[in-house]
Design a protein around this ligand. Structure first.
Ligand code: PRP
Length: 219
């Protein structure tokens, strides 16, 4: 008898949660229970032998790296910010947004010689961006509502996620420069990729078919 191993998948709570559930549903992997979950954080799909857990974005890679989950569904923003070990196996195509440098509408960020202050939830991404430009800046870590920082005078500009652009607009800020595109990714623990090769490859294939289908429908 073939021993089928149980696969654990961590889904990022919030923004990309619904699209991740839709994607698995379309791939024939039931996790519909997640949408009516209440405060529950763990779900068992007995048919496919998969457990789903719901975690915050920065924790997805922690669980994946430690091997307590095999697969993670998480934004590229988190992958870029965290220096962790994993295989990035699929660009899932949803959760599209971008990293941008933004600030007050009527200020010229590029003028003057003073060391600029940059507020961000993503200090590594911001540091890396300015290092590549050879520009010395001070990075100030903020946990949320980053747009407030330049308005209150804490920083000259922010490095943040822009999706619709509404938060910037409604707070009188504009994009100075786009840094890179972001979307949801599937990542896999390095040991799981070997130990549960067949089970994980089957999931990747089923999701890949859905990605291809969606791309064909859009082209
Ligand atoms: C993110 C990001 C921006 C906003 C951008 O914040 O930090 O504030 O979304 O989205 P938009 O371009 O569609 O307006 P999030 O909603 O995750 O909350 P936070 O401010 O608490 O970080």
């Amino acid at each position: 008898m073939v021993n089928v191993k149980r696969v654990k998948i961590a889904l990022t709570k919030g923004r990309i949660e619904k699209e991740a559930v839709d994607m698995f549903q379309r791939a024939g992997i039931d996790c519909s229970e997640i949408m009516n979950k209440g405060r529950k954080l763990i779900f068992h799909n007995l048919k496919d032998n998969i457990d789903f857990v719901l975690v915050k974005a920065p924790d997805v890679l922690t669980y994946v790296e430690h091997g307590v989950v095999d697969i993670g569904i998480v934004g590229k923003d988190t992958l870029l910010e965290q220096n962790k070990n994993f295989y990035e196996v699929l660009d899932l195509g949803f959760g599209q947004c971008k990293f941008s440098l933004a600030g007050p509408k009527n200020s010229d960020f590029y003028s003057g010689y003073n060391r600029k202050k940059i507020a961000t939830k993503y200090p590594n991404v911001a540091r890396d961006y300015f290092r590549k430009l050879g520009q010395d800046v001070e990075i100030i870590k903020i946990e949320g509502s980053v747009e407030l920082a330049p308005i209150l005078g804490l920083a000259d500009a922010i490095v943040d996620i822009v999706e619709t652009g509404n938060t910037l607009k409604e707070n009188g800020l504009v994009v100075y420069k786009d840094i890179c595109k972001i979307s949801a990714r599937m990542v896999v623990n390095m040991a799981s990729m070997k130990m549960k090769k067949n089970e994980i490859q089957k999931i990747i294939n089923r999701v890949q078919i859905q990605i291809d289908k969606k791309e064909r429908a859009l082209s």
